[in-house]
Write a protein that binds this ligand. Structure first.
Ligand SMILES: Nc1ncnc2c1ncn2[C@@H]1O[C@H](COP(=O)(O)OP(=O)(O)OP(=O)(O)O)[C@@H](O)[C@H]1O
Length: 192
């Protein structure tokens, strides 16, 4: 991690098509801080995470960031043909994560027994756990989690809660968009 991590959003607005989804968003997160983004379907939660990740241009406002980013979203981009460990290994190399970090992340999400199973065979919840494992392994300072609890059973939700707590305790920053409780007591809530 680079130190200290920081994420500041100034007067951020998002336009999709002709529609202004939100404007005037302000947020300042320091090491150990987390934000929970809530709001109805279509409010722009995923769009906000994509703007922070640099995948979508804001209609107005600006972002200040110190530290590396990882975005865990639905579109996993894990190769369906490859065994899970190999598919995650591909990303670990790109993310600059060590083999040990990947093993630890897979253990954190309870994926050890699925290492040799092709990604295409995984259930929804297992795939979600794999996406989260990639983020954990990346060692990124700032985690952007889009509906991280989707498809997770009670045990996996507990693992997610523990992983987020460890990330924050280590000085990380977290922004999560979620409809459901994910075991996070956020520093602040951002309702769109
Ligand atoms: N490429 C696009 N062009 C125009 N509008 C888009 C585009 N992509 C998404 N939208 C619209 O932007 C709005 C916000 O979508 P977004 O996925 O950010 O919402 P969300 O709050 O995450 O919703 P959900 O709770 O359903 O996940 C939606 O109405 C969606 O249809």
């Amino acid at each position: 991690m680079s130190w200290p991590a920081r994420l500041v959003l100034h007067d951020l607005a998002c336009l999709r098509g002709e529609r202004l989804l939100f404007e005037g968003i302000e947020l300042a997160l320091a090491p150990g801080d987390s934000a929970l983004v809530t709001g109805p379907n279509g409010a722009g939660k995923s769009s906000l995470l994509r703007i922070i990740a640099g995948l979508l241009a804001p209609a107005a406002g600006r972002i200040e960031r110190d530290g590396s980013l990882a975005l865990a979203a639905e579109a996993a981009a894990l190769d369906a043909e490859r065994p899970l460990r190999a598919a995650l290994g591909f990303w670990a190399r790109l993310d600059g994560a060590s083999e040990a970090a990947l093993d630890e992340a897979m253990t954190a999400m309870g994926l050890e027994a699925l290492a040799e199973v092709p990604v295409g065979w995984l259930s929804t919840g297992q795939r979600k756990r794999a996406v989260l494992a990639r983020t954990i392994a990346s060692g990124a300072d700032i985690w952007l989690l889009d509906e991280p609890g989707n498809g997770l059973d009670a045990g996996a939700l507990e693992r997610l809660g523990a992983a987020m707590a460890a990330h924050l305790a280590g000085g990380g920053i977290l922004v999560a968009a979620s409809h459901q409780p994910i075991g996070l007591v956020p520093t602040c809530e951002l309702r769109l």
